[in-house]
Design a protein around this ligand. Sequence first.
Ligand code: F3S
Length: 293
Amino acid sequence: MKIIIAENSGFCFGVKKAIDSTQKILKENNENTYSLGPLIHNNQVIKLLENKGLQVIENILDANEGRVIIRSHGVPLSVYDTAKDKQLDIIDCTCPFVRKIQSKVQEYSEKNYQIVIIGDPNHPEVIGINGWCYNNAVIINSEEDIEVMSNYDKICIVAQTTFYEDKFNALVNLISHKGNTVEVFNTICNATHLRQKSCEEIARISDAMVVIGGHHSSNTQKLVEISKKLCNNTYHIETVEELPFDELKRFKTIGLTAGASTPSWIIKEVYDKMSNLEDMNELMKAIEDTMVK
Ligand code: F3S
């Protein structure tokens, strides 16, 4: 069995920065330290941080004193005002790429453009971005959404940073007919772009693909989607315990990739287990050969 690891996989710059800052803060003082929503979509990392004192809250109103960490997905503008009113310290780990989209949306909404966000309406990043244009954005996730979309004089289109590039381009083509002036900003971040391309490359030449990442992680789900298109035997796992050993034994070449919120220690654990499987296969083959002789 041959294992091919995607050239670009695992923690992205924005997630790494948020984790590093949080760990540093908790080390200095872990009293009344909250994260607004789980810091990343990875249960194992969240548990580790909770053990160090981080408290996850779903609403800024649940924190009465101390400091609140804004995760890399960002938050609506109103959250900053609420934090100020409640005299809470904000530790802002919004990814710079997300911040750029928030500023763009704010700027164009002030210029009277209808903001269109291409992305998942339930994803915190999209909800956050919408909060920078008075929650007035039209959110498009599929062609069906465009069919019921109104026409506007001026439209400004942005993308959720983890959106699938090919789908973004296809949706932009359709939305372009809905406005007289249409400004398009492809805000899919480079880390996402590189992870999707690497995933495509190895999925094309693998008999099976293992994609590691949180079951609720949007960017991991996109990698799973891409893998499935190119490789029928795609397995999405969150931890090493979910590796489907019996199934994997059937394949000669297995591709391995991981979402942007998967820490390197989980990738290594999975790789090590799969390498053991490789040794095990060789051992089984040697035994079978001996029996034939
Ligand atoms: Fe930032 Fe892109 Fe990661 S937007 S959080 S670097 S996936």
